[in-house]
Design a binder for this molecule. Sequence first.
Ligand SMILES: *Cc1c(COP(=O)(O)O)cnc(C)c1O
Length: 391
Amino acid sequence: MSDLLYLDHNATTPIDPLVCDAMLPWLRNEFGNPSSIYGLGRRAAAALTKAREQVATLVGAQPSEIIFNSCGTEATNTAILSALAIDPDKRHVITSTVEHSATIKLCEYLATRGYEITWLPVDAQGKLDVTKLEAAITSETAVVSLLWANNETGILFPVEEIAAITKRKKVPLHLDAVQAAGKVPINLETLGAQYVSLSAHKLYAPKGIGALYLNRKARYTPLLRGSQEETRRGGTQNVASIVAFGKAAELATAALLTAPEHIAALRDRFEQTLLSTIQGVRRNGASEPRLPNTSNLTFSGIEAESALLLFDQEGLCCSAGSACSSGSINPSHVLTAMGVTRDEARASLRFSFGRTTTEEEIDRALEIIPRVVAKLRSAQPVGGSPVQFAA
Ligand SMILES: *Cc1c(COP(=O)(O)O)cnc(C)c1O
C-alpha cells in the first residue's frame, strides 16, 4: 500500500494535530460535566464558553447564537422541524434538488406526512434561479432550506440574494453551511438567516460534533428537550469534541485570513492539466462561483466506481456519487439535476483538496489519474469510445 493521497476533504477531513492536542486533556483528567458547580465542572463549562466564541467568530455570529449538537445532519433536521413546529398551519417547505441527503431525506419523509415540498431546480451550470424561489413562496411556506456550498460540485448558492428574498417575504431561512464554513468567509450578523447548519468534521475536527446557528431573533423549538444549551438542545455536551470544534474554528478563521488562494491555485493547476492532457474530460459547475477546493470532473467512457478501486490500490482517495447501502454507487443526484446523463454521472469523480494538500500530491494525482483513465477506457468501451465534449 503506497502512501495515502487523500483528495476527499468534502467527505471528511483529518484531525489537525493542534485540534487533537487541544481535545486530549478533556478526554483524560478533565472529565467534568459542564453543568456541575464544583471546579471540575466549571472548567468544562469555561471550555464550552471559549469554544462557542471560537465557532461564533468563524461565522460572524454571537456566541449565544451557537447551539452545540451531534452533527450537521442534526442541525438541519432541527432547523426544518423547528420551523414546522412553530407554525403548524404552514405545511410547505422549499428546498432544492441538489441538497445534501440530510435535507433530502427529511423532506422526502415530510412529503409522506402530508407536507408539500417544492424542489427548486438548477440549470446545467448548477445555478439556482432565485426568481423561482421568490415565486414558490406562498402564505403556507414554513421554511426555505438551501445549501450554502454544494458538497459535490462546490457551487455556492447566492445566499445574500436568497436571504434578501426570504426576509422580504418574512419566511424563515435555513442554510446548510457545512461545506462553506472555513472555506469561504461567512458573516451571519449581516446575512439575516434564521438557522445555519455547521459540522466539525469538515473542518479538521472529529466526527459526531456539530452546531446549529440560531439567530437571536428567530423563533425556535428544540428537537431534543433537556436542560443543556439553555434548553435549546438537551444532552450532556460532548466537551472534548466541542473543544476540538472550537480549536478547529480558530484555525480555520486564521487560514481564511492568511492563505485563501493556496488551495484554489492547486485546484486550478489540477484541472487545467487534466483538461489539457486527457481527451473527453469535462468540469461540472466550474462556471459558477464555487468553493476553492472542489473539482468535479466527468471522464467520458469510464465507470467511476472502477476508477475508485484502481485509485485505492495506489492510495488515492476521492469520491463518486453517493454510496448506497450495498456499497455500490448511484449516479449523483446533483449531476443529474444539472442535466448530466446517468452514464455521464456514473463517469464523474469529485476531488476535494485540503489545507495540507501539497504540490507533490497534486503531481502524484496527475500521474495516476490519466493512467487509470486510459486503462479503464481500453478495458471497457461501455459508454462507447471517449468523446470530446462540446465546449
Ligand atoms: C457532511 C455534510 C453534512 C452532514 O454533516 P454531518 O456532520 O456528517 O452530519 C450536511 N451537509 C453538507 C453539505 C455536508 O457536506
